[in-house]
Design a binder for this molecule. Sequence first.
Ligand code: REY
Length: 419
Amino acid sequence: MTSNHRRRLAAGATLIAALAAGIVPATTAQAAPAAPDATRTTKPAPAPAPDMEGVAAALKAAMAEGAPGAMARFTDSKGVQTRALGVRDRESGAAMDVRARFRIGSVSKTFSSVVLLQLVQEGKLQLDAPVNRYLPGLLPDDRITVRHLLTHRSGLADYTNAMFEHTVPGFEAVRHRVFSYQELLDLSLSEPRTTEPGVSYKYSNTNFVVVGMLIEKISGKPVAEAYQRRIIGPLRLRSTSYVHPDARIAGLHVRGYLHDDEVGRPLVDSTEQTVSWAQSAGAVISSPADLNTFTTALMRGRLLSPTMMEAMTTVTPTDATDTRFYGLGLRRYDLSCGTQIYGHTGTVQGYYTYAFATRDGRRSLSAMANTSNKGSANTALGGTLEAAFCGKKPAAKASSPARATASALPAESDLPENR
Ligand code: REY
């Protein structure tokens, strides 16, 4: 062994000890020379700088597709960058504002998943145990497990497909209703099940209604309290709330505008609603800053143990593109530059949301547009992901083969198999 070798080994050992003691920030560790026996011999490529003009272009494209406004907030080691375009209120003409709150739809599923996985971590339930062990007789099949719910593999039909088959009348019929979880589950059970338990991925809000029932049964408290005590409080998410069945959004907020199925009909202001049809599957209210804090904290392991993070980020494909995957209440998208991002999408009447972060939690993006039932606007909004996480695209060569990417394809929540 050369003395040079020895010095590098010693430096490596010191660094590992310092890391274990929590003295050295991880960034220093990456910049330090690798020990000779390290498996990685080259430095990781630096993350591409976000293309904020590309982000703005995607927001503009969402507006060109019918969103009154759109905004995005990106965080990395260099700080925060935001873009807000259009209006958050068509009547007053108030401009879109990155501090404003909005309905995050199914990004709520990641919140519910975190709560349930904390209960698993505490030994209060098991991922591979039947749901009926904790809620006897609830489901028609003892083979459906807790993990099947979190991975959308229970085969329980999505009751919202029938509810919102006719968008505006469907919405108006439930806008002010207050459902019990049992009523929502009964709607699902009145339809045939879609798959045998565990067999295949089929996105269904019913799964996260049952997750809400499990949280309430195991914790003995309403889901609102669980979100507060386990996520909102510890992360100090001051613009995040779960107010079901209150129909209003408190404080500075974005108004949501629902598209009618019939082209050319006026937009419906859908801001006020109980979101009782979704509850633990989609009724959380948040802001861009809070969503970035949430996805970053999650990925950095501040909410769950390494074992639970491993379970949550173990994914299977959701479609044939091989770019989109689902773990436990968490999506993974593989972008064109090779970067993998984790988070969730959300659709609730009047609001489309994306909230994603890299696996190391160093970069995060939240983006929203204040419209829905307009798939092309949602797909355009998804363009913020490539721009933010992959940076500027090299000028396209006419001969280069087109590669499918997670965000250039129709938004996942608009694919029939996910609705
Ligand atoms: C329900 C319909 C969307 C939305 C949904 N959202 O299940 C959950 C999610 C919470 O995954 C509605 N579409 C729209 C229709 C279609 O009414 N006919 O786009 O506002 O985020």
